[in-house]
Structure formats: C-alpha cells, structure tokens
Design a binder for this molecule. Structure first.
Ligand SMILES: *[C@@H]1O[C@H](CO)[C@@H](O)[C@H](O)[C@H]1NC(C)=O
Ligand SMILES: CC(=O)N[C@H]1CO[C@H](CO)[C@@H](O)[C@@H]1O
Length: 466
C-alpha cells in the first residue's frame, strides 16, 4: 500500500513537471549554456573485437539523418503544444501556422493531427491533472491487447489512446496522409509525444502500422508488456526513444516501471552535443535519477540544438546524416553500454578506454581526454572547461550545469540548487535545477524565473506567475 501511494505521488509529480507553456526565458537560459563542440572522438568507430569482456559486442552505431532531426524538432514542439489548456478551442489560431491542424481533448487526454511541410504528425498529451482513478490505471498492472496486433500494453496507456474521439482522430489522420496524393505517395507519418504522451504514441504505432509510421518518443514511460512477441510484429527500428540526461543524472520517468518496457531504439541526450545510442529495446536501469530534468521544454530545446549542431559537426557524413555511437572517454556514465569503450569505470563513473593489449596504439592516452561538463574530477586540469568545482567539471563559464550536485544557488548556471525531485526524503541530493517560466508548475518561489510561485485557491496546484 505504501508502495502504491509512493508510485501515485511519483505519477502526480510527473504530471506536475510535464505541463508547461512556452518558456522563452528557460529556452534562452539553456541556449546560454555553452555548448561543447562535438569532438571527432565522439563519432569514430572503435575497432571491433578485443573488448574487455568476451561477451561484449562492438558498439552499436546508428545514423540519424538531417530530415529526421528536423522532423524531431517539429515533433518536440508539437509535444509541447498538445499540453496547452483548451487546445481544442485554439484550432483556428494554429491553422494559421500549419497546413492542417485538428485537436480533440477531454479531461485527461488530447490528440492532435497536424500537417507541416508535407508530413503528418499524430501527437498525444502527457499526464495532466488526471483524476486519481485514471492514475491508478497507469500503475495497475493490467494489460490490454491492442486490437488487430500481437502486442499487449499497460491498460492505462491503451485508455489514453482509445478515447471517445479516437475514430475522428483516425479519420483526420487518414485524410492527412492521403493529402500528398499528387505524387502518388502517402505523406510520411510521425507519431510523437512526451512522457505518458510518448507511451501513447507507442501504442498508436501498433495500431497504425499500415501507414508505416516513424515514432519519436520523448522521455517515454514504459508501456509494452510482451516486448519479445510484439517487437517481431512491428517495424520497431522506426521507433526512436530520446531520454534526457544531464550532469551524470538521468530522467527518472522512463526507468520507473517494472511491468512495462520501452520498445525501439534508445538514445541518451546529454547537456552538450553528444548523443549516446544504446541500441534496440534497451530498458536497463540507470542511476542516479532525477525528476527535475523531465520537463518537456528541455526536450524541445535539446532537439533544436541537435539540429543546429548538424552543420558544424565533424560527425556528419556526406549524406547529411550524423553518425551516432556512444560517449567518448572522459564523459560521465552509469553503465558500460553508454561508452564507446564499453567500459564505465564504476569508481569514477567515467567512460574510460578499456581495450586490451593495445597500449602501444595509444589507447591509454584516451583516458587523458579532457572531461566533459558534469563529469567527476579532482583537478581543474582534468576538465574541458578548465574548472573542477564540487568534484564536477563546470560549464565554460565556471558554473555547474543542470544535474550536477550543488550546495548553493550561486553554484549553478541556472541559479537554482534544489532537491532532485526523485526521492521525497531528506537524503534526496541537491542538484542544479532548471528554473521555470510563467504558467509552469512549481513548488516554491525560487522554482520560477519570476520568483512568484502561487496558487489561486488554498489547495490548488501552484504555478509560476509573472
Ligand atoms: C504573484 O502572482 C499572483 C497571481 O498573479 C499575484 O496575485 C500576487 O500578488 C503575486 N505575488 C507577488 C509577491 O508578486
Ligand atoms: C535531452 C535534453 O532535454 N537535455 C536537457 C536536459 O535538461 C537540461 C537542463 O535541465 C538541458 O540542458 C539539456 O539540454
């Protein structure tokens, strides 16, 4: 019972952090974070074979092309738009900016069909002020077969998809997909959402396989309950899951469930420009976790940065695609599967080169690579930024980035040192946390850029006010 109350609180706080409105100031603030130049070492292949453990396979490699990243920028923006209150009443306004825009919502869920640059997007809303029964449905380990498929999912996510407006949604989506007919081809379909919305997008992927969708899931909750059987009947390689990690800390929402799984490719996005590809269906737990880095606007910002980093990246190949491998030596880590070298030093929580018998080829030098922001350190000289503070490498301005352990607000580039939001106990560590813009949920004044966190009624949920 205590366990399920705890889970309930966790889900409630997911909903609190998921809902925001456009946060220009936060975006600005994050953009201000000095971004590392991608290092060539981030994208070179390691030689196959001779890894530390016999069982280790060479690092998985995947290419993300520019087109996909550009669509991911649009998808992340729409995952944010779908959170807006009364979105269904703003359809006319949005029709000025998109080729098509339809929206449906009820108390708990919302779906969008949007056409932009001849691509159709199906977009799903994350948990909001859900009624308690509905939240309990998310954690109740009941499964639901997705009709017409071999897949079963947690029932709460099926309910989130199977709304009373589902048939209208399907109709508009089909009309959108057929609206590119002049060149005899369907419009491509992207399914997307953040958090619970990302889990619902995964359910939609099963239902809408006939349109060969590409799925862009930001910080997905784990939804699939028969992964082994389901993944064979779905084009799972077209599902891309993006998970935020910053300063050695991981978004906790995608790692919370014991009964469901993430399906498809899994990517970790750090606070700089490095992306780690963890391979297909990677559901391994990572630590430490924080709720504070789950906020949807952070994903939107990060996708935009990723698109921006394309042209300057030494990793782009001539076909305009970015080769994504794993993190290089000197990058913080939690598990071996995040590192190019396949070795995450457990003492240091740092990717270190661990190839055997290759000393003369200079692999030991790799250990001396300068450490990235948020990585553990003992001396200034170890860090790319030239500053080691509270045992973490700082950003180039000498302040700690989001996710790094801190003591005072002044330690942090964001100006906010707060509990990680993962445990609601006294030993919850303090980390540099984002500050949020007007209308975002908050707990206290210092959470807000405006410094005013208040609720209209004595017991209403608090938001940042100007
Ligand atoms: C904070 O915002 C609320 C709502 O707009 C307002 O009533 C209140 O006066 C503000 N408080 C401060 C200290 O500005
Ligand atoms: C992938 C992603 O969204 N990363 C972000 C995680 O959060 C920090 C700030 O809280 C951002 O700086 C990262 O860009």
């Amino acid at each position: 019972m205590v366990g399920s109350i705890w889970l309930l609180l966790q889900l409630l706080s997911i909903s609190l952090l998921s809902t925001t409105t456009v946060s220009a100031a936060t975006t600005e603030q994050i953009t201000r974070l000095r971004r590392r130049r991608a290092n060539v070492k981030d994208c070179i292949d390691q030689p196959a074979g001779k890894f530390h453990n016999k069982d280790d396979t060479p690092p998985a490699l995947v290419k993300l092309n520019q087109q996909l990243i550009q669509r991911a920028v649009v998808a992340a923006r729409l995952s944010y738009v779908v959170q807006e209150f009364n979105i269904a009443s703003k359809v006319n306004q949005y029709r000025n900016s998109y080729e098509r825009f339809d929206a449906w919502e009820d108390l708990n869920d919302a779906h969008l069909v949007v056409k932009h640059d001849n691509v159709c997007y199906g977009v799903f809303r994350a948990t909001r002020q859900r009624n308690l029964i509905d939240i309990l449905q998310n954690i109740k380990p009941t499964n639901q077969r997705v009709p017409g498929t071999k897949c079963t999912v947690l029932k709460g996510f099926w309910n989130g998809y199977n709304t009373k407006y589902l048939s209208q949604f399907r109709t508009k989506l089909r009309q959108c997909i057929k609206s590119c007919n002049n060149n005899k081809k369907d419009c491509p379909l992207i399914l997307t959402g953040h958090s619970q919305g990302a889990a619902i997008a995964t359910v939609a992927t099963m239902d809408l396989q006939k349109y060969k969708p590409t799925t862009l899931a930001f910080a997905p909750l784990q939804s699939v309950t028969n992964l082994v059987r389901c993944k064979k009947s779905i084009r799972a390689s077209k599902i891309y899951n993006f998970i935020n990690a910053s300063g050695g800390i991981y978004d906790d929402a995608p790692f919370g469930s014991r009964s469901g799984k993430i399906m498809g490719r899994v990517f970790l996005l750090d606070e700089g420009n490095a992306v780690a590809y963890l391979g297909m269906h990677n559901n391994k737990p990572r630590e430490p976790l924080a709720r504070k880095i789950h906020a949807v606007e952070l994903y939107r910002t990060r996708m935009t940065q990723l698109a921006g980093s394309f042209l300057s990246s030494p990793c782009s190949t001539r076909k305009n695609s970015l080769k994504i491998a794993k993190w290089r030596d000197g990058h913080w880590c939690s598990r071996n599967d995040e590192c190019q070298s396949r070795h995450c030093s457990s003492q240091q929580q740092l990717c270190t080169s661990h190839l055997l018998g290759n000393k003369q080829q200079g692999n030991n030098n790799a250990i001396k690579l300068l450490r990235t922001s948020g990585s553990p350190c003992e001396s200034d000289a170890a860090c790319e930024s030239g500053r080691c503070f509270r045992e973490r490498c700082t950003l180039e301005n000498g302040k700690l980035g989001i996710g790094a352990n801190c003591v005072n607000n002044q330690d942090c580039d964001s100006g906010r040192c707060d509990n990680s939001g993962y445990r609601s106990t006294d030993d919850d560590p303090k980390i540099c946390s984002p500050r949020r813009d007007v209308d975002s949920w908050c707990h206290e004044n210092a959470d807000c850029l405006s410094g005013n966190c208040s609720g209209r009624l004595p017991f209403s949920i608090k938001r940042c006010h100007s």
